[in-house]
Design a protein around this ligand. Structure first.
Ligand SMILES: [Zn+2]
Length: 280
């Protein structure tokens, strides 16, 4: 009997240890970040949208990859702005102003919550007024409206892509899903896939400029997460010929050069560009 208790005790302490380790890891991460970058993290009182009780969540005001080496990983995981309520385990999604500064990838993105529904010109003139004091002109500056778009800015640069061409891919995918009766909120670039064989992939749209369309199946696939208005997420891909078509549009519209100022390129922008092509 005593050995049985002992066995249980060992198991219990093993799980206790696991909990402590995960707590310490989180604590260490926050502490490291706070030490190097004291103004960029603070606590945020959140009211759970399910049980309406309050709890404290971490608020990240700035992802500066030079000051905080884990910041890309935190941004990649997309969980930091969706804290879980300690009372009911329900998830609440947060949206607050934040920044992503990545000198290595050459991008700075500012999150202005709900920018889609604001006077963008006023916001941009405020931001661009400060550019005179910034010396590095190799940086592309973007304004985004949510954390998905903030992380997307990072992923686009990690794959060396043109962010305007990536935005222009979205209406091509979303239009095809809408024609199947799905109600789409938005879509965000996730990954670039290099197929090993020229085989048609599911949930992928193929554009082809050649007679033999099967050649398109071996091209790189640009993978997006498409968010439906009911909360479902549908992964969907589109091939490199489509991206090259969008690069030609970027070039034809004179968007290839970056002027170093803050710009807001999102799904609405991309739809307007596609519509303007039909008017031309
Ligand atoms: Zn709750």
């Amino acid at each position: 009997m005593s050995s049985c208790n002992c066995h249980n005790a060992v198991n219990l302490s093993y799980f206790e240890q696991l909990l402590i380790i995960s707590f310490k890891e989180v604590y260490l991460l926050n502490q490291l970040h706070t030490m190097r970058n004291p103004w960029s993290v603070n606590g945020l009182t959140v009211q759970c949208r399910h049980c309406h009780q309050s709890f404290t969540a971490q608020r990240i005001n700035c992802f500066d990859t030079l000051l905080w080496s884990e910041s890309r990983q935190v941004l990649e995981e997309l969980t930091f702005f969706r804290p879980v309520c300690p009372h009911c385990q329900g998830m609440t999604e947060l949206l607050y102003p934040s920044r992503y500064i990545d000198a290595e990838l050459g991008v700075t993105a500012v999150l202005v919550p709900d920018i889609e529904n604001q006077d963008a010109d006023e916001q941009f003139s405020y931001l661009n007024r400060y550019l005179g004091i910034l010396s590095n002109n190799c940086i592309q500056r973007r304004v985004v409206g949510n954390f998905y778009a903030l992380a997307e800015q990072m992923r686009i640069r990690q794959h060396g892509l043109n962010d305007r061409a990536v935005q222009l891919l979205k209406p091509l995918i979303i239009g095809s899903l809408q024609s199947r009766g799905l109600e789409v909120w938005n879509g965000f670039f996730m990954n670039l896939i290099h197929p090993e064989t020229a085989q048609k992939m599911n949930d992928t749209i193929y554009f082809s400029t050649q007679e033999d369309q099967s050649k398109a199946y071996g091209e790189d696939i640009y993978q997006f997460d498409i968010y439906l208005t009911n909360g479902d997420i549908i992964p969907h891909g589109i091939n490199d010929t489509a991206y090259q078509i969008c690069m030609n549009i970027v070039d034809a519209k004179g968007f290839m050069e970056d002027d170093g100022q803050f710009h807001h390129y999102d799904l609405s922008w991309a739809i307007n560009v596609h519509n303007s092509l039909q008017e031309d």
